[in-house]
Design a protein around this ligand. Structure first.
Ligand code: TTP
Ligand code: MG
Length: 418
Protein backbone atom coordinates (compact mmCIF):
# COMPACT_ATOMS: atom_id res chain seq x y z
CA UNK A 1 0.00 0.00 0.00
CA UNK A 2 1.20 3.52 -0.70
CA UNK A 3 1.30 6.07 2.07
CA UNK A 4 0.76 9.76 1.61
CA UNK A 5 4.38 10.27 0.61
CA UNK A 6 3.56 8.19 -2.40
CA UNK A 7 5.86 5.29 -1.61
CA UNK A 8 5.70 1.95 0.04
CA UNK A 9 5.55 2.33 3.77
CA UNK A 10 8.90 3.07 5.37
CA UNK A 11 8.88 0.07 7.68
CA UNK A 12 9.14 -2.80 5.26
CA UNK A 13 7.83 -5.54 7.57
CA UNK A 14 4.63 -3.63 8.16
CA UNK A 15 3.17 -4.39 4.77
CA UNK A 16 -0.08 -2.54 4.87
CA UNK A 17 -0.36 -0.93 8.26
CA UNK A 18 0.02 2.69 9.27
CA UNK A 19 3.37 4.46 8.97
CA UNK A 20 6.07 3.38 11.37
CA UNK A 21 7.29 5.60 14.19
CA UNK A 22 11.05 6.05 14.21
CA UNK A 23 13.01 8.11 16.70
CA UNK A 24 16.56 9.34 16.28
CA UNK A 25 18.16 10.28 19.58
CA UNK A 26 21.36 12.35 19.65
CA UNK A 27 22.83 13.57 22.92
CA UNK A 28 23.69 17.27 23.19
CA UNK A 29 27.40 18.20 23.30
CA UNK A 30 27.83 14.77 24.77
CA UNK A 31 31.39 14.71 26.15
CA UNK A 32 30.94 18.20 27.59
CA UNK A 33 27.61 17.16 29.14
CA UNK A 34 29.37 14.20 30.78
CA UNK A 35 32.04 16.49 32.21
CA UNK A 36 29.28 18.64 33.69
CA UNK A 37 27.81 15.62 35.43
CA UNK A 38 30.88 15.23 37.60
CA UNK A 39 31.67 18.94 37.74
CA UNK A 40 28.35 20.74 38.03
CA UNK A 41 30.10 24.11 38.32
CA UNK A 42 30.73 23.81 34.55
CA UNK A 43 27.02 24.17 33.80
CA UNK A 44 26.45 27.35 31.80
CA UNK A 45 30.18 27.79 31.09
CA UNK A 46 32.06 27.42 27.79
CA UNK A 47 33.47 23.88 28.08
CA UNK A 48 35.88 22.43 25.52
CA UNK A 49 36.74 18.73 25.58
CA UNK A 50 39.82 17.79 23.58
CA UNK A 51 43.48 17.03 23.52
CA UNK A 52 46.61 19.12 23.31
CA UNK A 53 45.67 22.20 25.31
CA UNK A 54 48.12 21.76 28.22
CA UNK A 55 51.02 24.22 28.28
CA UNK A 56 53.82 22.93 26.06
CA UNK A 57 51.46 20.94 23.83
CA UNK A 58 50.61 22.14 20.37
CA UNK A 59 48.91 19.31 18.55
CA UNK A 60 45.38 18.18 19.19
CA UNK A 61 41.77 18.74 18.27
CA UNK A 62 38.50 19.70 19.84
CA UNK A 63 36.30 16.63 20.42
CA UNK A 64 33.33 18.73 21.35
CA UNK A 65 32.41 22.09 22.80
CA UNK A 66 29.47 23.15 24.94
CA UNK A 67 26.94 25.40 23.24
CA UNK A 68 28.35 28.37 25.22
CA UNK A 69 31.78 27.67 23.65
CA UNK A 70 30.21 27.18 20.21
CA UNK A 71 28.85 30.73 20.47
CA UNK A 72 32.51 31.85 20.24
CA UNK A 73 33.01 29.78 17.08
CA UNK A 74 34.59 26.70 18.65
CA UNK A 75 33.50 23.41 17.11
CA UNK A 76 34.27 19.68 16.89
CA UNK A 77 37.41 18.70 14.95
CA UNK A 78 38.84 22.23 15.09
CA UNK A 79 42.57 22.43 15.84
CA UNK A 80 43.01 22.99 19.55
CA UNK A 81 45.43 25.84 18.81
CA UNK A 82 42.66 27.69 17.02
CA UNK A 83 40.27 27.09 19.92
CA UNK A 84 42.88 28.43 22.35
CA UNK A 85 43.33 31.53 20.21
CA UNK A 86 39.58 32.12 20.25
CA UNK A 87 39.05 31.30 23.88
CA UNK A 88 42.17 30.96 26.03
CA UNK A 89 42.15 28.68 29.05
CA UNK A 90 40.29 30.23 31.95
CA UNK A 91 43.39 29.74 34.13
CA UNK A 92 45.35 32.02 31.78
CA UNK A 93 43.02 35.00 31.48
CA UNK A 94 42.66 38.02 33.68
CA UNK A 95 39.61 38.36 35.93
CA UNK A 96 36.51 39.31 33.97
CA UNK A 97 37.85 38.19 30.60
CA UNK A 98 36.29 35.36 28.64
CA UNK A 99 38.05 32.03 29.01
CA UNK A 100 37.34 28.39 28.21
CA UNK A 101 37.12 25.45 30.57
CA UNK A 102 39.28 22.81 28.84
CA UNK A 103 38.98 19.16 29.83
CA UNK A 104 40.74 16.13 28.38
CA UNK A 105 38.86 13.21 26.81
CA UNK A 106 37.90 10.45 29.28
CA UNK A 107 36.26 7.88 27.05
CA UNK A 108 35.69 5.29 29.78
CA UNK A 109 33.61 7.73 31.75
CA UNK A 110 31.62 8.80 28.67
CA UNK A 111 30.96 5.15 27.84
CA UNK A 112 29.57 4.53 31.29
CA UNK A 113 27.18 7.48 30.90
CA UNK A 114 26.28 6.30 27.41
CA UNK A 115 25.44 2.83 28.77
CA UNK A 116 22.95 4.37 31.20
CA UNK A 117 21.29 6.30 28.39
CA UNK A 118 21.17 3.25 26.10
CA UNK A 119 19.56 1.17 28.84
CA UNK A 120 16.69 3.67 28.97
CA UNK A 121 16.41 3.68 25.18
CA UNK A 122 16.36 -0.12 25.08
CA UNK A 123 13.61 -0.09 27.63
CA UNK A 124 11.56 2.33 25.54
CA UNK A 125 11.93 0.76 22.07
CA UNK A 126 10.65 -2.21 20.10
CA UNK A 127 14.00 -2.22 18.30
CA UNK A 128 17.14 -0.19 18.98
CA UNK A 129 20.02 0.49 16.63
CA UNK A 130 23.02 2.01 18.33
CA UNK A 131 24.97 4.18 15.91
CA UNK A 132 27.65 5.70 18.12
CA UNK A 133 28.41 6.54 21.72
CA UNK A 134 25.74 9.26 21.72
CA UNK A 135 23.34 8.33 18.93
CA UNK A 136 20.67 5.69 18.29
CA UNK A 137 17.58 4.92 16.23
CA UNK A 138 14.50 3.50 17.92
CA UNK A 139 11.48 1.90 16.34
CA UNK A 140 8.60 2.64 18.72
CA UNK A 141 5.70 1.79 16.41
CA UNK A 142 4.20 -0.66 18.89
CA UNK A 143 4.64 1.64 21.88
CA UNK A 144 2.71 4.66 20.67
CA UNK A 145 0.76 6.02 17.68
CA UNK A 146 0.56 8.83 15.17
CA UNK A 147 -2.92 9.66 16.46
CA UNK A 148 -3.51 13.06 18.04
CA UNK A 149 -4.05 13.53 21.76
CA UNK A 150 -7.60 14.22 22.92
CA UNK A 151 -7.19 18.01 22.59
CA UNK A 152 -5.78 17.57 19.07
CA UNK A 153 -2.68 19.64 19.85
CA UNK A 154 0.01 17.01 19.28
CA UNK A 155 0.58 13.38 18.39
CA UNK A 156 0.87 10.59 20.94
CA UNK A 157 4.30 9.88 19.38
CA UNK A 158 5.46 13.37 20.39
CA UNK A 159 4.35 12.74 23.97
CA UNK A 160 6.24 9.46 23.99
CA UNK A 161 9.43 11.11 22.73
CA UNK A 162 9.05 13.79 25.41
CA UNK A 163 8.73 11.07 28.02
CA UNK A 164 12.01 9.51 26.80
CA UNK A 165 13.76 12.89 26.92
CA UNK A 166 12.55 13.44 30.47
CA UNK A 167 13.67 10.01 31.59
CA UNK A 168 17.18 10.60 30.20
CA UNK A 169 17.41 13.98 31.89
CA UNK A 170 15.98 12.82 35.21
CA UNK A 171 17.73 9.46 35.45
CA UNK A 172 21.11 10.29 33.88
CA UNK A 173 21.32 14.08 34.05
CA UNK A 174 22.19 14.85 30.42
CA UNK A 175 19.98 16.17 27.63
CA UNK A 176 19.13 14.65 24.26
CA UNK A 177 17.61 15.97 21.07
CA UNK A 178 15.07 13.70 19.43
CA UNK A 179 13.65 13.55 15.93
CA UNK A 180 10.37 11.68 15.38
CA UNK A 181 9.41 10.66 11.85
CA UNK A 182 8.00 7.79 9.79
CA UNK A 183 11.46 6.84 8.51
CA UNK A 184 15.10 6.81 9.60
CA UNK A 185 16.56 9.54 7.41
CA UNK A 186 13.84 12.04 8.32
CA UNK A 187 14.21 11.19 12.02
CA UNK A 188 17.97 11.77 11.76
CA UNK A 189 17.54 15.20 10.18
CA UNK A 190 14.77 16.07 12.66
CA UNK A 191 16.95 15.34 15.71
CA UNK A 192 19.47 17.89 14.44
CA UNK A 193 16.83 20.48 13.59
CA UNK A 194 16.45 22.16 16.95
CA UNK A 195 19.51 21.35 19.06
CA UNK A 196 20.14 21.41 21.98
CA UNK A 197 17.31 19.85 24.02
CA UNK A 198 15.20 19.69 20.85
CA UNK A 199 12.15 17.69 19.88
CA UNK A 200 11.09 17.83 16.25
CA UNK A 201 8.20 15.79 14.91
CA UNK A 202 7.72 15.11 11.21
CA UNK A 203 4.33 13.53 10.74
CA UNK A 204 3.60 10.99 8.00
CA UNK A 205 2.79 12.72 4.74
CA UNK A 206 4.88 15.79 5.61
CA UNK A 207 8.40 14.42 5.17
CA UNK A 208 8.95 15.91 1.74
CA UNK A 209 7.62 19.26 2.89
CA UNK A 210 9.94 19.15 5.93
CA UNK A 211 12.97 18.46 3.74
CA UNK A 212 12.18 20.93 0.94
CA UNK A 213 13.70 24.16 2.35
CA UNK A 214 16.78 22.48 3.88
CA UNK A 215 20.15 22.74 2.22
CA UNK A 216 21.28 19.55 0.49
CA UNK A 217 23.90 18.88 3.19
CA UNK A 218 21.02 18.22 5.58
CA UNK A 219 20.03 15.11 3.62
CA UNK A 220 21.65 12.19 5.40
CA UNK A 221 24.39 10.78 3.16
CA UNK A 222 25.36 14.01 1.37
CA UNK A 223 28.87 15.16 2.28
CA UNK A 224 30.77 18.20 1.01
CA UNK A 225 31.95 16.50 -2.20
CA UNK A 226 28.50 15.31 -3.31
CA UNK A 227 27.06 18.67 -2.27
CA UNK A 228 29.50 20.45 -4.60
CA UNK A 229 28.58 18.19 -7.53
CA UNK A 230 24.88 18.70 -6.86
CA UNK A 231 25.35 22.48 -6.74
CA UNK A 232 27.08 22.27 -10.12
CA UNK A 233 23.80 20.82 -11.37
CA UNK A 234 21.92 23.76 -9.87
CA UNK A 235 20.58 21.69 -6.96
CA UNK A 236 20.82 23.76 -3.77
CA UNK A 237 18.06 22.49 -1.51
CA UNK A 238 16.53 19.15 -0.65
CA UNK A 239 13.43 20.44 -2.46
CA UNK A 240 15.50 20.94 -5.64
CA UNK A 241 16.82 17.41 -5.23
CA UNK A 242 13.32 16.00 -4.80
CA UNK A 243 12.22 17.76 -7.99
CA UNK A 244 15.32 16.80 -10.01
CA UNK A 245 15.26 14.22 -12.79
CA UNK A 246 15.84 10.89 -11.15
CA UNK A 247 17.46 9.34 -14.19
CA UNK A 248 19.95 12.21 -14.43
CA UNK A 249 20.90 11.63 -10.80
CA UNK A 250 21.35 7.92 -11.42
CA UNK A 251 23.53 8.68 -14.47
CA UNK A 252 25.70 10.99 -12.40
CA UNK A 253 25.85 9.21 -9.01
CA UNK A 254 24.71 5.64 -9.69
CA UNK A 255 22.53 3.85 -7.14
CA UNK A 256 23.42 6.45 -4.52
CA UNK A 257 21.80 9.09 -6.70
CA UNK A 258 18.57 7.14 -6.65
CA UNK A 259 18.77 6.72 -2.88
CA UNK A 260 19.37 10.43 -2.22
CA UNK A 261 16.51 11.32 -4.57
CA UNK A 262 14.22 8.94 -2.70
CA UNK A 263 15.23 10.37 0.68
CA UNK A 264 14.68 13.95 -0.43
CA UNK A 265 11.22 12.81 -1.50
CA UNK A 266 10.57 11.50 1.99
CA UNK A 267 11.05 7.84 1.16
CA UNK A 268 13.40 5.58 3.06
CA UNK A 269 12.55 1.91 3.41
CA UNK A 270 15.38 0.98 5.77
CA UNK A 271 14.27 -0.88 8.86
CA UNK A 272 15.68 -0.19 12.32
CA UNK A 273 17.77 -3.28 12.91
CA UNK A 274 20.24 -3.94 15.69
CA UNK A 275 23.85 -3.90 14.48
CA UNK A 276 25.36 -7.24 13.53
CA UNK A 277 23.75 -10.34 12.11
CA UNK A 278 19.98 -10.35 12.36
CA UNK A 279 18.64 -12.20 15.38
CA UNK A 280 15.27 -12.80 13.84
CA UNK A 281 13.11 -12.21 10.78
CA UNK A 282 9.57 -11.05 11.21
CA UNK A 283 6.74 -9.77 9.14
CA UNK A 284 3.63 -8.00 10.35
CA UNK A 285 0.36 -6.87 8.97
CA UNK A 286 -2.09 -4.36 10.41
CA UNK A 287 -5.79 -4.29 9.54
CA UNK A 288 -9.06 -2.91 10.84
CA UNK A 289 -9.74 -4.69 14.15
CA UNK A 290 -11.52 -8.01 13.63
CA UNK A 291 -12.20 -11.21 15.58
CA UNK A 292 -12.75 -13.27 12.40
CA UNK A 293 -10.76 -16.47 12.89
CA UNK A 294 -10.41 -17.35 9.23
CA UNK A 295 -9.17 -13.86 8.40
CA UNK A 296 -6.57 -14.21 11.15
CA UNK A 297 -5.53 -17.60 9.79
CA UNK A 298 -5.24 -16.34 6.21
CA UNK A 299 -3.06 -13.45 7.36
CA UNK A 300 -0.82 -15.65 9.49
CA UNK A 301 -0.37 -18.14 6.63
CA UNK A 302 0.62 -15.34 4.27
CA UNK A 303 3.06 -13.83 6.79
CA UNK A 304 4.55 -17.25 7.55
CA UNK A 305 5.25 -17.78 3.89
CA UNK A 306 6.87 -14.36 3.57
CA UNK A 307 9.06 -14.85 6.65
CA UNK A 308 10.18 -18.31 5.56
CA UNK A 309 11.04 -16.95 2.11
CA UNK A 310 13.07 -14.14 3.68
CA UNK A 311 15.03 -16.57 5.87
CA UNK A 312 15.63 -18.70 2.82
CA UNK A 313 16.98 -15.72 0.85
CA UNK A 314 19.30 -14.81 3.74
CA UNK A 315 20.50 -18.40 4.04
CA UNK A 316 19.26 -18.60 7.63
CA UNK A 317 18.04 -21.58 9.60
CA UNK A 318 15.69 -21.00 12.53
CA UNK A 319 14.93 -22.93 15.65
CA UNK A 320 12.14 -20.83 17.13
CA UNK A 321 8.88 -19.87 15.46
CA UNK A 322 6.65 -17.24 16.99
CA UNK A 323 3.63 -15.08 16.45
CA UNK A 324 2.58 -11.66 17.63
CA UNK A 325 -1.02 -10.64 18.18
CA UNK A 326 -1.77 -6.98 18.83
CA UNK A 327 -5.17 -6.39 20.39
CA UNK A 328 -6.61 -2.89 20.59
CA UNK A 329 -5.40 -0.44 21.59
CA UNK A 330 -1.72 -1.40 22.01
CA UNK A 331 -1.60 -4.72 23.80
CA UNK A 332 1.14 -6.83 22.33
CA UNK A 333 1.04 -10.60 22.92
CA UNK A 334 3.83 -12.86 21.70
CA UNK A 335 3.99 -16.62 21.73
CA UNK A 336 6.80 -18.85 20.49
CA UNK A 337 7.80 -22.47 20.29
CA UNK A 338 11.25 -23.98 19.99
CA UNK A 339 12.14 -26.87 17.73
CA UNK A 340 14.69 -29.53 18.56
CA UNK A 341 17.09 -28.26 15.91
CA UNK A 342 17.52 -25.50 13.31
CA UNK A 343 15.41 -25.89 10.17
CA UNK A 344 14.46 -24.23 6.94
CA UNK A 345 10.91 -25.47 6.48
CA UNK A 346 8.17 -23.07 5.28
CA UNK A 347 5.34 -25.56 5.96
CA UNK A 348 6.51 -25.92 9.55
CA UNK A 349 6.59 -22.14 10.04
CA UNK A 350 2.98 -21.99 8.90
CA UNK A 351 1.72 -24.91 10.96
CA UNK A 352 3.42 -23.80 14.17
CA UNK A 353 2.24 -20.21 13.69
CA UNK A 354 -1.35 -21.36 13.10
CA UNK A 355 -1.20 -23.63 16.10
CA UNK A 356 0.03 -20.75 18.32
CA UNK A 357 -2.80 -18.62 16.96
CA UNK A 358 -5.50 -20.96 18.32
CA UNK A 359 -4.98 -19.50 21.81
CA UNK A 360 -6.35 -16.19 20.50
CA UNK A 361 -9.55 -17.55 18.96
CA UNK A 362 -12.38 -15.14 19.58
CA UNK A 363 -10.02 -12.23 20.37
CA UNK A 364 -10.19 -9.03 18.38
CA UNK A 365 -6.83 -8.31 16.76
CA UNK A 366 -5.60 -5.26 14.86
CA UNK A 367 -2.22 -6.60 13.88
CA UNK A 368 -0.62 -10.01 13.45
CA UNK A 369 2.99 -10.97 13.03
CA UNK A 370 5.07 -14.06 12.41
CA UNK A 371 8.68 -14.37 13.45
CA UNK A 372 11.47 -16.90 13.18
CA UNK A 373 14.41 -16.58 15.55
CA UNK A 374 17.33 -18.39 17.12
CA UNK A 375 18.93 -18.09 13.71
CA UNK A 376 22.03 -19.83 12.50
CA UNK A 377 23.97 -19.21 9.36
CA UNK A 378 26.98 -21.50 9.69
CA UNK A 379 27.64 -24.53 7.49
CA UNK A 380 27.79 -26.93 10.44
CA UNK A 381 24.19 -26.03 11.25
CA UNK A 382 23.24 -27.27 7.82
CA UNK A 383 24.51 -30.70 8.83
CA UNK A 384 22.32 -30.77 11.89
CA UNK A 385 19.42 -29.60 9.73
CA UNK A 386 19.95 -32.50 7.39
CA UNK A 387 19.88 -35.03 10.17
CA UNK A 388 16.89 -33.46 11.85
CA UNK A 389 14.73 -32.83 8.79
CA UNK A 390 15.76 -36.22 7.46
CA UNK A 391 14.38 -37.77 10.60
CA UNK A 392 11.15 -35.86 10.48
CA UNK A 393 10.46 -36.08 6.78
CA UNK A 394 9.77 -39.77 7.14
CA UNK A 395 7.11 -39.05 9.72
CA UNK A 396 3.64 -37.71 9.16
CA UNK A 397 3.51 -33.92 8.92
CA UNK A 398 1.45 -33.50 12.09
CA UNK A 399 4.05 -35.30 14.10
CA UNK A 400 7.03 -33.51 12.61
CA UNK A 401 5.26 -30.22 13.26
CA UNK A 402 4.98 -30.89 16.94
CA UNK A 403 7.32 -28.60 18.77
CA UNK A 404 9.31 -30.13 21.55
CA UNK A 405 8.91 -27.44 24.14
CA UNK A 406 5.51 -25.89 24.52
CA UNK A 407 5.24 -22.17 25.06
CA UNK A 408 8.91 -21.37 25.51
CA UNK A 409 10.02 -18.67 27.91
CA UNK A 410 11.47 -16.84 24.95
CA UNK A 411 7.91 -16.18 23.89
CA UNK A 412 7.47 -13.99 26.91
CA UNK A 413 10.84 -12.36 26.60
CA UNK A 414 10.56 -11.42 22.98
CA UNK A 415 8.03 -8.70 23.71
CA UNK A 416 10.51 -5.95 23.02
CA UNK A 417 12.36 -7.36 20.05
CA UNK A 418 9.70 -9.05 18.03
P1 TTP B 1 28.20 14.64 18.07
O1 TTP B 1 26.86 14.08 18.39
O2 TTP B 1 28.53 14.91 16.65
O3 TTP B 1 28.44 15.98 18.85
P2 TTP B 1 27.98 16.42 20.28
O4 TTP B 1 27.12 15.39 20.95
O5 TTP B 1 29.17 16.84 21.06
O6 TTP B 1 27.15 17.73 20.00
P3 TTP B 1 25.68 17.86 19.36
O7 TTP B 1 25.18 16.49 19.06
O8 TTP B 1 24.90 18.56 20.44
O9 TTP B 1 25.86 18.70 18.16
O10 TTP B 1 29.31 13.67 18.63
C1 TTP B 1 29.20 12.97 19.87
C2 TTP B 1 30.50 12.95 20.60
O11 TTP B 1 31.52 12.38 19.78
C3 TTP B 1 31.01 14.32 20.98
O12 TTP B 1 30.51 14.75 22.23
C4 TTP B 1 32.49 14.15 20.97
C5 TTP B 1 32.76 13.04 19.99
N1 TTP B 1 33.32 13.62 18.73
C6 TTP B 1 34.70 13.65 18.56
O13 TTP B 1 35.45 13.18 19.42
N2 TTP B 1 35.21 14.22 17.43
C7 TTP B 1 34.41 14.76 16.46
O14 TTP B 1 34.92 15.28 15.45
C8 TTP B 1 32.99 14.71 16.63
C9 TTP B 1 32.07 15.30 15.60
C10 TTP B 1 32.50 14.14 17.79
MG1 MG C 1 25.49 14.52 19.89
Amino acid sequence: MANRDGARLPGVPDEDGPARIILHVDMDCFYAACERLREPELVGKPVIVGMGYEPGETIGAVATASYEARAFGIESAQAISKALDTLPRIEAVADGEAGGYYRSVDLDFYKSVSAEVKAILRDCADTLREVSIDEAYLDVTERTAWDKTADGSRTLAEGYARYIKQRIEREVGVTASIGVAPNMSAAKVASDFDKPDGLTVVEPGTVREFFAPLSIEAVHGIGPVTARSLRDLGIETAGDLAAADRDDLVDQFGERGRELYERANGRDTRVVEPVGKPKSFSRESAFPPTADVSEHQTTVSRLAEAVAARADREGALYQTIGIKVVTPPFDVHTRARSLPGPVQDPALVESVALSLLTEFEGETARKLGVRVSKLSFAAEDQASLDSWSGATSSEPREKSSQPVSEQSREGQQSLTDF
